[in-house]
Structure formats: structure tokens, C-alpha cells
Design a protein. Structure first.
Length: 581
């Protein structure tokens, strides 16, 4: 008797679409409601299940994968899983990372029984639609499929929304629906990002006003943000830089929108944490062509002082000075400006942009002066000084992807120069502590590069189990834990005087962390571990993780011991300095 062919299901449909869109890994937390999807995933050729240790780990990993691959997916259990992962998906929404959130809800039979007998099903708040309601605030599309009828079209619509807006979507099915038959997808109907077409008159008005502001400027500057990278406009940005002759900088979130270097990149602008030459160039600019930026409260000085000098175009706003324009495509706006630059011969001939400041060595000048007399003690800036020196001298910058949560280390890291395109992943707008360690697996799998993660010890403690996910998947990420046993970035804004060794002001109790044995922890998870307390030991560790065989197939946890009261000047300025009005 001939064996009946296995039916093609709704789960198979979504997995096929993900594979066609180059999503070859799905991060996963198991559950009974979602079992029809997870079982399909387990046996699906070409898409691997990446078992994560908890929901935040899965959410952060999917976010980083979406940033590096262009689309990601995470599979979660109903209620108890989706609620935990919400934090990670919230960051994906704010920082424009397209993630497909996959889940399941009690099925038709459970709903009928629940209604008949007043049964509260496990993982439910009592409102079976509540998961979708919660996710509506952090997605650009959400559905709950009660039947396989029409599922293909609805899934394709949501994938189109994710690709168009570069933001998450939520797909939930009744428990049984993931296993119901579904037509196979047609390759010619593959979801793609929609192209927004601007009204020609609106576009002309916006470009005319922008051009009048640009051509009147004496010290113009381009300020690039992460949307340029997310929407694949980096080459167009480079063309604009070349045609205009303008210098350019980036936001912290937009760092590595292009390969860093050349004669036009002045360094990343991160307000008071920036190096002096970057701040000076921004402060003196009289026209700032601001493209694809997400302007957070990290940039309040910039917004308050440079608002009338901005020509701004993002996916959500277009403005020249005080004139605003609705529904303008960022790509069309950039294209139209490029045409103006090429035709007018205005730049770089009649107005010469200021010469690129020589990028200084940013670490020594920003190191905490209290430790100048102890040159072998590790500090935040000495860590980056020697790490960047090793990576640069050994031509390794194109082989790594950096991940950062919000921490003192992230603000110090924005001073780095020479990183490769899309190699700096940071929770710079959502600003979640702990993102960096969970993101390591997604960053490495998504980019094909080695994750180079720098975590505060407080952030690492929040998601330390992510180290187990890296071990389980044989990922040789390097996790540097800046170990000072305090929430340093929090203490800066609570009372910065606690960092002054002379004043003897104690740290607030809530900013003190427990002492962990990181080597024992790494051993328990099956990871490698190194502990460094001096510059010499750090240099030896950097060489070891790149050259010694035992560090090539498993993650390595490097505890970087720094003084409790080390306050990098970048953070000191953020905590104390009022920039000129």
C-alpha cells in the first residue's frame, strides 16, 4: 500500500517563505500550543531551529539577526513566552529590525470547552485575544488565524509589511491551524518591500526648499542614521557624500551605516560622549543634511540648537528648516538631491566643505585621569584602545560584528573609528541593559561574522544564560564582561560624585552588584573563560582567542576587571557637561 504524502501545511508555507527570503534560522522557545509549528520547523529542510535558553535570549537574538540579515523570525509559546519576549520585540520596533513573531493560541476545541464550562486555559489572562492586542503596539501588522483558509495571502501581507517598514509583525494561529493543509507558495509572488512613490509636486517643493538651505550654507554636514542602512540606501548615501563633497557623521544607532574611513567621515556623533573634533564640527555646521536618523533624547542639545539648520528626511518625517512635507520617500528625496548636486556643479566647487579633522587617538585623552599613574590597570578606554589596536593591526575588523546594550562601554565604543558597514549593533535608542549578550547568537548567525560583545557586568547578569545558547550552537563569540560590580551608567545619573576617589561618596545601594565567579559560571555552561586584570593580560587574551584552537569552536567569556570608580571621560561629560547654546 502506497504511503500517503505528508500534506503541505500553514507552518510549511511560512517556513518556505522565510527560506525564500534568506531566513535560514528561526530562534525558538517550545510550547504545547505552538507544537505544530515547532515540529514542522524541526524537520524543514533549509531552515534551522535555534533553541534558545529563554525568551529574552530569543528576542534579542532575533533582533540582531534581523539587523544583519534583513529579516528574522522567532517562535514563542502563547502568553508566558510572548509576554517575556515583548521587551526584545519592543526594541526591534523602535530601532527598525524586521522580526516575524510566531506563536499559537488555544484552538477551536479549547475555546468551545472554555465557553461551555468557564475554563481558564493555561498561559491565558482569560482574554484569548490578548497576545495579539499586546503586540499591536510594537508591530506594523498582526493577525490571529482561526483557519487555514486565506492563510497564505495573510502571511504574505504581513511579510510585506515587515520588509516595507523594517519592523516586527505578529503571526498567531489557533493551535491546530499551523498543521492544517495550505497551498504551496508561488515563487513569483514572493513578498517584497513596497516602493513608496511621492507626489511629484510635494517632492519638488521639499527638494527646492532643502536645496535653497544647502546652497546658502558655508559649513554643511551630512548626519546619517540607521534607516539608511535598514532600507538599503548606503550606496546612495555614499553617492551623495561623493557628489556634495560634504563631511559626514552618524548617530550612535547609525554607526557603521557605511564602512568607516575615507576623507569625509569625521567620526560618530554621540553628543557629549563624542570626541572633541566631532562635537566642534557639528556645533559649527550651518546646514545639517539629516538622513534616516532616529532622534532620541541623547540628542536634545542637537535638536534644540540645530533645528532651524536641519534638512531632515526619514521614513516618517521630511522637513527643511521649519517647512514640513508629508509622505515623502526618503529614497526619492536622496535621489533628487543627488541629481541636483551632479547637475548644479555647486559642490564641491563654489563652497568648500571644511577639511576632515584628523581623527585623534580617542582613548588616552578620554581615560579616567585618576588612573594615569597606573598604566597597566585596565579601564574602559584602555580596553578599547588595546582591543582596537589588536583588531586593526591584524586586519580583523571585517571579521567581527560588535554588539552592545546600553552601558558605559557603548558610549565609549562610539569613539571607535574604522569599523565595517553594519558591524556595530547597539540598543542605542531602546536602551535595554543586557541586549548585547542575547544578541550575540543572532548577530553571528545573521552576519556570518564572529560576535564581539562588550557587556557591562549588570547587563550580563540579566541574560547570562545566553552563554549556554552560544555553547549549544557551537558559536565562537567572544563576550567581554566589564567587571566593576556596579551599574556604572546608572550611578552616573544618580550621583556622579561617587566616582571621585577623594570625596569618598558611596555608591547607591541599588547600583551595587553581587560578586560572581565568572570562570565557574562559564565552566558550568561549557564555555571557555579568561580573566584579565591588566593591559598585558588583555593583550595576551586577545591573541589567544584568535589564534589558539580551543577558542575557535565555543564561546569565550572574558572577564575584564576594571576599578569600581573608573569613570571614562565620555560618561563624565554626559553626566555633567552643558554644551554651548
Amino acid at each position: 500500500m502506497q504511503q500517503q504524502a505528508t500534506p503541505f501545511t500553514v507552518a510549511d508555507y511560512l517556513l518556505t517563505r522565510l527560506k525564500q527570503l534568506n531566513v535560514t534560522e528561526v530562534f525558538q522557545i517550545p510550547g504545547d500550543y505552538v507544537k505544530n509549528f515547532t515540529q514542522a520547523l524541526e524537520h524543514f529542510d533549509g531552515v534551522n531551529a535555534v533553541a534558545c535558553i529563554n525568551e529574552l535570549d530569543a528576542g534579542y537574538a532575533a533582533d540582531a539577526y534581523g539587523r544583519t540579515r534583513g529579516l528574522a523570525a522567532v517562535s514563542l509559546q502563547y502568553g508566558v513566552s510572548t509576554f517575556i519576549a515583548l521587551n526584545g520585540v519592543g526594541g526591534s520596533y523602535v530601532e527598525k529590525s524586521p522580526v516575524v513573531v510566531i506563536s499559537a493560541t488555544p484552538g477551536s476545541d479549547a475555546r468551545r470547552i472554555g465557553k461551555m464550562y468557564d475554563v481558564l486555559y493555561h498561559h491565558s489572562t482569560g482574554d484569548l485575544a490578548y497576545d495579539q492586542k499586546v503586540y499591536e503596539g510594537v508591530t506594523v501588522g498582526s493577525i490571529t488565524l482561526s483557519t487555514s483558509a486565506g492563510a497564505a495571502e495573510k502571511i504574505d501581507h504581513l511579510l510585506t509589511e515587515a520588509l516595507t517598514h523594517k519592523r516586527p509583525v505578529f503571526i498567531e494561529c489557533y493551535k491546530e491551524v499551523w498543521g492544517e493543509p495550505c497551498p504551496q507558495p508561488l515563487p513569483e509572488t514572493l513578498p517584497r518591500a513596497r516602493k513608496h512613490v511621492t507626489d511629484p509636486l510635494v517632492l519638488k517643493n521639499a527638494v527646492d526648499e532643502a536645496w535653497s538651505q544647502i546652497t546658502a550654507a558655508k559649513k554643511p554636514l551630512i548626519f546619517a542614521g540607521v534607516e539608511v542602512l535598514r532600507h538599503g540606501l548606503s550606496d546612495l548615501l555614499q553617492d551623495l557624500i561623493d557628489a556634495s563633497g560634504f563631511l559626514y557623521t552618524t548617530t550612535s544607532l547609525g554607526k557603521t551605516v557605511l564602512d568607516e574611513g575615507g576623507d569625509k567621515f569625521i567620526g560618530t556623533y554621540s553628543d557629549a560622549a563624542s570626541i572633541e573634533s566631532v562635537r566642534k564640527t557639528v556645533e559649527e555646521s550651518d546646514c545639517i543634511l539629516t538622513l534616516g536618523t532616529i532622534m532620541t533624547d541623547d540628542y536634545l542639545w542637537f535638536v534644540e540648537n540645530k533645528y532651524p539648520y536641519m534638512v531632515l528626511c526619514t521614513t516618517e518625517h521630511t522637513r527643511a528648516g521649519y517647512f514640513t512635507y508629508e509622505n515623502v520617500s526618503m529614497e526619492e528625496f536622496m535621489d533628487a538631491l543627488l541629481i541636483r548636486f551632479k547637475k548644479a556643479n555647486t559642490y564641491p566647487l563654489t563652497v568648500t566643505a571644511p577639511p576632515q579633522p584628523k581623527y585623534p587617538e580617542p582613548w588616552v585623552s578620554n581615560s579616567d585621569p585618576w588612573f594615569d599613574a597606573q598604566p597597566n590597570i585596565l579601564t574602559y578606554n584602555r580596553f578599547f584602545q588595546h582591543s582596537m589596536q589588536y583588531l586593526t593591526q591584524n586586519n580583523l575588523l571585517d571579521q567581527i560584528v560588535w554588539t552592545f546594550g546600553i552601558s558605559s562601554a557603548m558610549y565609549v565604543a562610539t569613539n571607535a573609528y574604522g569599523l565595517k558597514k553594519n558591524s556595530f549593533l547597539a540598543s542605542a535608542a531602546w536602551q535595554i541593559i543586557g541586549y548585547e549578550t542575547g544578541a550575540a547568537s543572532g548577530a553571528q548567525l545573521g552576519s556570518g561574522k564572529r560576535a564581539w560583545t562588550v557587556a557591562g557586568d549588570g547587563g550580563f547578569m540579566m541574560v547570562c544564560q545566553s552563554l549556554s545558547t552560544l555553547v549549544r550552537n557551537n558559536l565562537n563569540a567572544v563576550i567581554f564582561v566589564m567587571s566593576n560590580q556596579v551599574y556604572a551608567i546608572e550611578q552616573v545619573y544618580v550621583n556622579i560624585e561617587a566616582f571621585d576617589p577623594v570625596k569618598k561618596v558611596p555608591f547607591d545601594t541599588f547600583d551595587l552588584l553581587p560578586k560572581w565567579d565568572y570562570q565557574a559560571l562559564a565552566q558550568a555552561f561549557g564555555a571557555n573563560s579568561i580573566r584579565v586584570t591588566t593591559v598585558d593580560e588583555l593583550n595576551a587574551a586577545l591573541a589567544a582567542v584568535w589564534t589558539q584552537p580551543q577558542y575557535q569552536n565555543l564561546p569565550t567569556l572574558v572577564e575584564v576587571v576594571i576599578p569600581e570608580k573608573d569613570l571614562p571621560r565620555q560618561m563624565y561629560r554626559l553626566g555633567t557637561e552643558v554644551l554651548p547654546a
